[in-house]
Design a protein around this ligand. Structure first.
Ligand SMILES: [Zn+2]
Length: 84
């Protein structure tokens, strides 16, 4: 019984934790730390721990590129000034 409850709780935590990890990756940690539940979950769940290390790599690559990379990307389509 407790095993089933754990498995169910695990799935909920996985979803939550991965959401947190995605937010962390997208904001490069500016959003704050992972909440306690997610941190604890990562200690027990290898799937999520793997996910975290993948996100960490992505974050590292993005931060090494720097935000100026995105500034240089031209907007799609020709730019037209609309004068009215
Ligand atoms: Zn998990």
């Amino acid at each position: 019984m407790s095993i089933e409850a754990d498995a169910e709780g695990m799935a909920v935590h996985c979803e939550r934790t991965r959401e947190e990890l995605a937010v962390q990756a997208l904001t490069a940690g500016r959003h704050g730390e992972l909440d306690g539940c997610s941190t604890e979950h990562l200690d027990h769940c290898t799937d999520c721990a793997t996910e975290q290390s993948l996100f960490a790599q992505v974050t590292q690559v993005l931060s090494s590129l720097g935000p100026h990379v995105f500034d240089g990307i031209p907007e799609p389509g020709p730019r037209r000034h609309r004068m009215r």
